[in-house]
Ligand binder design. Structure first.
Ligand code: ADP
Ligand code: ZN
Length: 681
């Protein structure tokens, strides 16, 4: 094997690196220590799998996820790469087989669970099998701050020292704190090369909607994606259950998932989601790390996530195969209040709370963004956007208005009532409503009373929500969520700054269209279904998830490009040499109909220039069977004749006529068209 790019194409079937992969692959191949931060679905595994093929010995992969390891090993096997895993999920025979393969120096990649590192024998084993590279997946598990902390990850540093080989760490968690912790714990005093690139996931459609009738908003979103696998993240366990039930009532296949469920039930849910097509899981954030399903077609948030990082990680689970995937995040004033409260009531030290508020602010800024969401998102992660056109705001830029006056009125209502009230009462004051509470406190005497009649109740709520979004006001938990003004609001109050607000979220929230993009055009829809059915059958036969056979993106390419020959098929994304051989014919049969199976004389030319020529001759012949006028006697050249012509490449009608099987009649009928093809060569 020569060059990594070549192997990428021939073995993995990918015509190009994804953004950021090449640099990491090259650094690893040069034996450097690396930390790569890439979004979920960015293609991290490729970054260590590809170098592994070039290393003499074994690449050891440490991953916290047993199901994921097993599937990756399966998927590698499918493309002809020898890999094994040692996890508690193995049967005895499987383990035996892995050791046997190691003994015979047959494995390129060995996946191990972190628990194994606690065993002192592991380091000896890894040395014995000639480990050349340690790859650490989900490297943020070494961070004690994160909720994914795995104590055994703390042993990786010692293992690296012990084996004295390069280490390549991967994570999707981008914040500086976690990054520093990973470096300190895994690399200790050696500085790794850090790669923070390619944060864009161009195939993800980004959209937010303020909650209006959230249940209806979600049902509508799901209904438009009938039969596609998706996740709905919910803030509470209870909601996962009620929402899953609501979806089932509408005829969808839906499960709930949360940390309060029995371990066994959770595993069943994970396994079903992994294997079944078109299942929806309503889950808390507990659902995530354990799933490695590249063909999740959408992710929705029933409630606002807790930070920008959490948001991107969660939506990032959709469309890891690169095919189009949709996301929708619902948010409302209550979410903001809840998230603020969670931070304020947590046990973290004050600096950390401030940082958490800032991360939440970033996400709120994205929710209330007025221009391209992708731009806002990537800027936060230190990346740039080249092109978007795949977010709700690019599709329909929101109308904005100068909200300075409205905000000042609201701030004034807050300040004049001693920062003691929430939105409900403040809006009553602004709208001049005569309630008992207003009278009891003489709030009808305030100069602010009734100054905001130009907006109705709902519009004011949207203004308050956006003010929270810009962190101009914060609910104070010690005062039952009463709003306090923040420093950020002072310039607006003093008339030193202006602020733009979005109109659409103020008017009516539900008239924005839920955009549905079909994966393929309507006429290709039946073909795509047929291809999926074939894939399911093939996957069932090897007891693997569907994507192990081919990811959605490959099926979509099949359905749209409709390859006719094995050569065409080889050009599809995700088709390498092994899968071409194993599955090419089966899928071509579906695409071209079993009857048009490739003729043996054509198959012999597959991959050769004459093959291409053959196809163009065949094409030229079509439509001439009854001559130019369509009324002549029926004539065609057989496949084997076409094959002979393609090989002989005659230069004029006479020589063409002499090719076996042609003769003067066919030469006259097809000659001009054929010679045109041959001359073009
Ligand atoms: P993650 O970064 O979340 O670990 P994976 O490594 O699972 O992501 O990759 C996600 C998907 O992207 C997989 O289906 C993989 O086959 C695909 N992929 C990886 N590299 C490329 C590439 N260069 N071109 C096209 N698809 C790729
Ligand atoms: Zn955009």
């Amino acid at each position: 094997m020569s060059d990594p790019q070549d192997v990428l194409a021939k073995v993995f079937g990918f015509s190009a690196y994804r953004d950021g992969q090449e640099e990491v692959v090259n650094a690893i191949l040069q034996g450097r220590n690396t930390l790569a931060i890439m979004p979920t679905g960015g293609g991290k595994s490729m970054c260590f799998q590809l170098p592994a093929l070039f290393l003499e010995g074994v690449t050891v992969v440490i991953s916290p996820l047993i199901a994921l390891m097993r599937d990756q090993v399966r998927a590698l096997g499918e493309i002809g790469i020898a890999a094994g895993s040692l996890t508690s999920g193995n049967t005895e025979e499987e383990t035996e087989e892995v050791f046997q393969a190691l003994e015979e120096n047959r494995l390129k990649l060995l996946y191990i669970a972190p628990e194994r590192l606690a065993n002192p024998g592991t380091s000896i084993l890894l040395r014995k099998i000639n480990t050349q590279l340690i790859a650490v997946d989900e490297a943020h598990c070494v961070s004690q701050w994160g909720h994914d902390f795995r104590p055994d990850y703390l042993r990786i540093g010692a293992l690296r020292r012990d084996l004295d080989v390069p280490l390549a760490a991967f994570t999707a968690t981008a914040d500086q704190e976690t990054r520093d912790e990973i470096i300190a714990r895994l690399f200790e005093d050696t500085e790794p090369e850090v790669f923070l690139r390619g944060f864009d996931r161009p195939n993800l459609h980004l959209a937010f909607q303020p909650k209006n009738s959230p249940r209806q908003q979600l049902l509508k979103f799901v209904a438009a994606r009938q039969g596609q696998s998706g996740i709905i993240y919910c803030a509470t366990r209870n909601k996962t259950e009620t929402l899953a039930q609501a979806l089932r009532n509408e005829g969808h296949k839906a499960l709930s998932y949360h940390a309060g469920m029995e371990g066994e039930d959770r595993r069943i849910a994970e396994a079903r989601f992994q294997r079944e097509d078109g299942l929806i899981v309503c889950a808390t954030v507990a659902f995530g790390m354990g799933i490695d399903k590249p063909d999740i077609r959408w992710v929705a948030h029933a409630d606002l996530p807790k930070s920008m990082e959490a948001y991107y990680q969660e939506i990032g689970r959709a469309g890891r195969d690169g095919a189009p995937a949709d996301t929708l995040t619902l948010y409302g004033a209550d979410d903001i209040r809840l998230r603020r409260a969670q931070i304020d009531e947590g046990l973290a030290p004050p600096e950390r709370k401030a940082a958490d508020h800032a991360r939440l602010n970033a996400l709120l800024g994205l929710a209330e963004a007025r221009r391209c969401r992708r731009r806002v998102l990537l800027r936060y992660f230190g990346d740039k956007v080249d092109h978007c056109d795949n977010c709700d705001l690019c599709a329909a830029p929101p109308e904005v208005f100068d909200g300075t006056l409205a905000v000042r009125k609201a701030l004034s209502a807050i300040l004049r009532t001693g920062e003691f009230f929430g939105a409900g009462h403040l809006i009553d004051i602004l709208r001049g409503k005569e309630t008992d509470k207003i009278h009891a406190r003489n709030h009808d005497q305030l100069p602010t009373f009734g100054v905001g009649k130009e907006y109705d109740q709902r519009q004011w709520q949207a203004i308050f929500r956006q003010m929270m979004g810009y962190d101009l006001i914060r609910p104070d938990m010690e005062r039952h969520g009463a709003f306090r003004m923040t420093e950020a609001a002072r310039p607006i109050l003093r008339d030193e700054a202006t602020i733009e607000l979005r109109k659409d979220t103020i008017i009516k929230a539900d008239n924005r269209r839920t955009k549905v993009r079909a994966l393929v055009s309507e006429e290709d829809e039946p073909l795509l279904s047929a291809l999926k059915a074939k894939r399911r059958a093939l996957a069932d036969a090897i007891q693997a998830p569907a994507y192990v056979v081919f990811p959605d993106s490959t099926l979509i390419a099949m359905a749209t490009q409709k390859p006719v020959t094995l050569d065409d098929f080889a050009q599809l994304p995700g088709v390498g040499a092994v899968k071409l051989k194993r599955y090419g014919t089966a899928f071509l049969e579906i695409i071209n109909g079993a009857a048009e199976e490739m003729h043996p004389s054509r198959r012999k030319l597959a991959g050769k220039p004459a093959g291409d020529l053959f196809d163009r001759l065949l094409e030229a012949q079509q439509g001439l069977a009854r001559g130019e006028t369509g009324t002549d006697k029926y004539l065609t050249c057989t496949n084997s004749t076409l094959s002979k012509i393609a090989k002989a490449r005659p230069r004029d009608i006479e020589t063409l006529a002499q090719v076996q099987g042609v003769g003067p009649q066919k030469a006259a009928r097809f000659g001009p068209a054929f010679l045109e093809v041959l001359h073009a060569e």
